[in-house]
Design a protein around this ligand. Sequence first.
Ligand code: EPU
Length: 420
Amino acid sequence: MDSLMIKGGTPLEGEVTISGAKNSTLPLMAATLLTREPCIIRRVPDLSDVKFMAQILASLGAQVKVDGSTVTIQANKISGYGDYDLIRKMRGSICILGPLLARLRKAKVSLPGGCVIGARPIDLHLKGMQALGTKIEIESGYVNCTAKRLLGSEVFLGGRAGPTVLGTANVMMAATLAEGVTLIESAACEPEVVDLANFLNAMGAKISGAGSPTITITGVKELHGAEHEVIPDRVEAATYAIAAAATDGEVTIHGARMDHMGAVLDKMREAGVKIERSGPSFKVKRGGQLKPVDIITQPYAGFPTDAQAQMMVLMMCTPGISIITERIFESRFMHVSELSRLGADIALEGPSAIVKGGKKLSGAPVMASDLRASAALVIAGLVGRGKTLVKRIYHLDRGYENIDEKLRKLGAWIERVEET
Ligand code: EPU
């Protein structure tokens, strides 16, 4: 198992190019199960989660060819039975359910289970499948779905914490091959849902309204192969933007879409960070003394839960009190105790973290608990004086392409070391 050794205290300077979005790539890859014809997906990031998805698709019978950042998938003959151990390892794998059901009218996949950030139920995914006429049985850790016919229907996908991103993706994919019209209400509006709808439409689906809370899908008889380029990763871009500001550096970010990052960039500006657009890129630097800001995570277009941990580090560098409230996942504060090892002063109060910023940070050995928590620990390590060892960085490799290499190019002292 690898760790990252970081010597902090150097401002990040230079340019970084953003990779394709992990959270778009996974459902896009799953969508290729909807057709026998080959599909080509470009700008696919080199991540362990993407490799996992490729293994899952291959285990179902699909042919997956990877050539740099281009992945070609042909799901000519497939089975509806997902390997228990493979699927269990990655929560994102649940998005094979909709395509399998649409194509084969049956799917048996293992329940993805919870993870450190929260319980992560799939009741809304199943509610959507049921609305389309699917019979569902939960047995020995598997969800067993069968449908004689899939019939278009109306389904409301809002839950306790708002809409569900992968639930919307799943129902949208299942409905592409259903008979008649499906209306998803309280649909997730995330750019990754729009990206998927664009790909499905390129495959011959009839979807309108993606990006709004009401999505209409008119079922078609079959889908065909298509080519698609994945949207840039807005969370990766936010992570580098926050790291630039936290280290008091100056970084130009290429290849990101500012229009997907409104809430993060707005909060950074409110905190006093300068964000300057220059053509298709943007430059981030501190504009003097930072100011504390309060943040509440929300579904898109609100502040994303996936940038909450990273933003907490920026607030640790900001004199004054900031309150960060997590509304999407109930236990997404695992980074707080580890950040405290570097000298952060953060108190947890229900769903909120009260950050008393401006304290000196100094390096320490810390343990990564999930993907975004790991990113926050890396940023804190880049800020703190001395050495920080971030252990269990396989979490980072799930979602950040070449993070150590990209940070080194920005002048960071960062080395991958083997854990003993
Ligand atoms: N929820 C339910 N029932 C369901 C599904 C979700 O109650 O059937 C709840 C969840 O427990 C949570 C909320 O609804 O409280 C939102 O969960 P959502 O379903 O939207 O999450 P997801 O689709 O499983 C994706 C991303 C996550 C990201 C969330 C929220 C992928 C592969 N994952 O998860 O990304 O945090 O949307 O934006 O797309 C990450 O990249 O680090 C990550 C965790």
